[in-house]
Design a binder for this molecule. Structure first.
Ligand SMILES: Nc1ncnc2c1ncn2[C@@H]1O[C@H](COP(=O)(O)OP(=O)(O)O)[C@@H](O)[C@H]1O
Ligand SMILES: [Mg+2]
Length: 313
């Protein structure tokens, strides 16, 4: 069954900005779905509509089998949303925060107690019970925030850039929590991110969007062939040198696809190490004045270009 089905969704704000422009996508039940896009792509606008804060301008949204615009109250009882700002009350204890949230969702006391204990266990929060919430690190506050939002046992959990600004180890801890939410609680997770690695490592499905529109939606494998591809980077002291070298390389067909950005050539390194060695050897033999050669991971921009099939200018 589909958790969410969006068809040609448009959101135009009063100031004329068209944040969503005929966006369509599908989210299956029980998966981690990542909406990947740069700042300003329209990710938060979409989350705000899906969580019933904003009305769409046009288009259709079916959530858990029902029309979102016709059943907003019912939808609200089925979902939870972890906002970018942590919603914990630091004057309350961890337990009080959890209980408060369960009352908001009208979960009866006995059920709430059971769930809270399960969540504290699952999210490994018991060691923090005795400490004041204000003393928690950012990462633990986030964890508690998610645990609180899980008290209603939502069918879908929305997270808007849940790891933005975190260091890599906190980010990895967050990914573990999100996998737990999916595996232990069978909750569908819909998250937004502008980190390529996050979408790649964490998601069952990725949808790449730009300027209010989906570019591609895929399962591991189809999109992963783009996101995991090695890129060969050759650096020069100026753009002219990069262009000259690219022209010479194009003549001998050593690299199948090349593009120039600033003072560098970027190319697919299908067979990473071998491509690197061959090109390195050729550069040295031809006395090409390059400054650096390395294999790098693709950037979000590289993936966009691949997906849209346009050349980098
Ligand atoms: N409430 C609003 N009123 C007018 N324009 C908005 C509003 N919210 C967002 N926008 C604009 O819509 C576009 C998409 O923004 P947003 O959905 O926040 O993107 P993202 O979350 O991907 O960074 C941006 O151009 C932004 O300036
Ligand atoms: Mg945003």
């Amino acid at each position: 069954m589909l958790a969410i089905e969006i068809d040609k969704l448009v959101k135009q704000y009063k100031n004329g900005v068209r944040a969503l422009d005929e966006l369509s996508l599908k989210v299956s039940c029980g998966e981690i779905f990542s909406l990947l896009g740069p700042n300003g792509a329209g990710k938060s606008s979409l989350i705000n509509i899906l969580t019933t804060f904003y009305n769409p301008t046009s288009g259709n949204i079916t959530m858990l089998g029902k029309d979102l615009c016709k059943n907003p109250e019912w939808i609200r009882t089925q979902i939870a949303c972890v906002a970018q700002r942590v919603s914990i009350d630091e004057h309350l204890s961890l337990m009080e925060n959890m209980i408060f949230q369960s009352r908001l969702y009208k979960v009866d006391n006995t059920t709430a107690k059971k769930r809270i204990n399960t969540l504290i266990d699952s999210f490994e929060l018991s060691q923090y019970l005795r400490h004041p919430v204000a003393s928690y690190s950012g990462g633990i506050k986030r964890r508690l925030d998610i645990a609180m939002n899980m008290v209603s046992y939502p069918q879908i959990l929305f997270l808007d850039e849940p790891t933005v600004g975190m260091d890599i180890s906190s980010r990895k801890a967050m990914w573990e929590i999100m996998r737990k939410v999916r595996d232990d609680f069978k909750t569908t997770i819909f998250l937004t991110t502008h980190y390529l690695e996050e979408a790649d490592q964490l998601s069952d499905t990725i949808c790449i969007m730009k300027e209010g529109h989906e570019l591609a939606q895929g399962m591991p494998g189809s999109l992963r062939q783009y996101t995991r591809q090695n890129i060969l980077h050759i650096g020069f002291s100026d753009t002219e040198k990069a262009k000259d070298c690219a022209e010479a390389l194009a003549k001998i067909h050593m690299l199948p696809s090349m593009s120039i950005r600033e003072n560098s050539i970027f190319a697919d390194a299908v067979d990473g190490r071998k491509t690197f060695e061959d090109v390195n050897k050729w550069l040295l033999e031809k006395n090409v004045p390059f400054e650096a050669i390395e294999i790098v991971q693709p950037s979000l921009e590289d993936v966009f270009l691949k997906v849209t099939g346009t050349e980098r200018r």
